[in-house]
Design a binder for this molecule. Structure first.
Ligand SMILES: Nc1ncnc2c1ncn2[C@@H]1O[C@H](COP(=O)(O)OP(=O)(O)OP(=O)(O)O)[C@@H](O)[C@H]1O
Length: 368
């Protein structure tokens, strides 16, 4: 058996150096899908590639898998160049939006497929299948025909099947995007559990912010073929590297941190209490401001609406712009009226929910 082995050894994992992926149209036009990306994924790490549609996430993943040629730069595993190593010799597992199970095999034989191909003895195979089905929450499903499974169950079988041969790297391309939101949220946690429990190094492509934050040890934000920032979830959320990243994450309004007037040492204005070095941009989003009748910040309600247990007020904040204020909807039980457009409100700032953006210009980042 070509046993890639688990990825928690002494290696260095995946190296991506200046990788560019190009597509050539029939008329000869060349489009750059991935543009000189540098990235490292450490052994045992789960990295999410997050970005809008068309940002180049799948192209980068497919290049790592060996499914797409690398036009410039190179890829390494544990320091060894992957150029010329065919897909099936990389020891990488692949999982896509549609898990593409074998319809004529039952659940257990789907999970066992890679082990059978590798000549793993029956007893070891059965033990591994039981272990994996247990891990993905499908204990006892072994003899079910896959045609009787729900979409979420199918994707969990596909995950178990990919993990069974202990790939040294798992590449997941939007594995949950065909499922409904509630199921996606639940399964994202399960995918993380399965990857970390098996010590599997993984790259998880998604355009869904919540999924990326749930699944990943670090998130790489991609746009127009370039990496904008690579950081652990909390660092990315609270310290977006640029305004573009902050906007992509959902921050809505920006202001430069108040500077200290020379001589007095005390900045003034409604955001004066927010500690940040001069020139830092403060980014406000849902949760950054709360209603408080004695609050120092003034605003006018633009819209108010219920959404999954909360009331969202879009408020035009004086000196800042429109920011969403989120309130538990329990406050409106019994028909208590929600604010209406045009109402004046006072607000206070939740300092921990205001991101600090270094006043850096947007551009690609170095390797993560
Ligand atoms: N086979 C192809 N031929 C030509 N252009 C392609 C091909 N595949 C992707 N592209 C283009 O490359 C760019 C990046 O596409 P890619 O699928 O990598 O982005 P993505 O971030 O994964 O998007 P999505 O989330 O929509 O899947 C897009 O502009 C896309 O139109």
């Amino acid at each position: 058996m070509t046993t890639p082995g688990t990825s928690t050894g002494t290696g260095t994992g995946l190296g991506v150096r200046g990788v560019t992926v190009l597509y050539r149209d029939e008329d000869g036009t060349v489009a750059t899908a991935v543009d000189g990306v540098d990235l490292d994924v450490a052994p045992g790490e789960v990295l999410a590639l997050l970005g809008p549609s068309g940002s180049g996430k799948s192209s980068l993943l497919r290049a790592v898998a060996g499914l797409e040629p690398v036009a410039a730069g190179h890829l390494t595993w544990d320091g060894r160049d992957l150029a010329g190593v065919p897909v099936h010799r990389r020891g990488f597992g692949l999982m896509f939006q549609d898990g593409q199970l074998f319809p004529h095999r039952d659940v257990a034989r789907n999970v066992a497929f890679g082990l059978e191909m590798a000549g793993v003895p029956r007893r070891d195979r059965d033990a591994r299948v039981t272990e994996l089905l247990d891990l993905v929450g499908l204990a006892g499903f072994g003899d079910r025909p896959v045609t009787t499974l729900s979409g979420g169950e199918r994707q969990r079988v596909a995950l178990a099947r990919s993990l069974a041969p202990r790939p040294r790297l798992m590449l997941l391309d939007e594995p949950l995007s065909a499922l409904d939101r509630a199921l996606r949220e639940r399964l994202a946690g399960q995918v993380r559990k399965a990857l970390t429990a098996t010590g599997t190094t993984a790259v998880f492509v998604t355009h869904d912010h919540d999924e990326a934050f749930t699944v990943a040890d670090r998130i790489a934000v991609m746009d127009h073929g370039r990496l904008l920032q690579v950081a652990p979830p909390a660092d990315l959320w609270h310290r977006p590297a640029t305004r573009r990243v902050a906007e992509f994450l959902g921050y809505e309004a920006f202001t430069t941190a108040p500077s200290r007037p020379s001589g007095t040492g005390t900045p003034s204005g409604p955001f004066a209490a927010l500690g940040a070095p001069d020139g830092t941009v403060l980014a406000f989003g849902p949760g950054s401001l709360h209603r408080d009748q004695d609050g120092p910040v003034h605003g006018t309600v633009v819209t108010a609406g219920f959404r999954r247990g909360v009331v969202e007020l879009v408020v035009d904040v004086t000196g800042l712009g429109q920011v969403t204020v989120v309130e538990p909807s329990g406050a409106y039980l019994g028909g208590a009226p929600a604010p209406t457009p045009g109402d004046q409100v006072r607000l206070r700032v939740d300092e921990g929910a205001v991101a600090r953006v270094p006043n850096a210009t947007d551009g690609p980042v170095g390797r993560g």
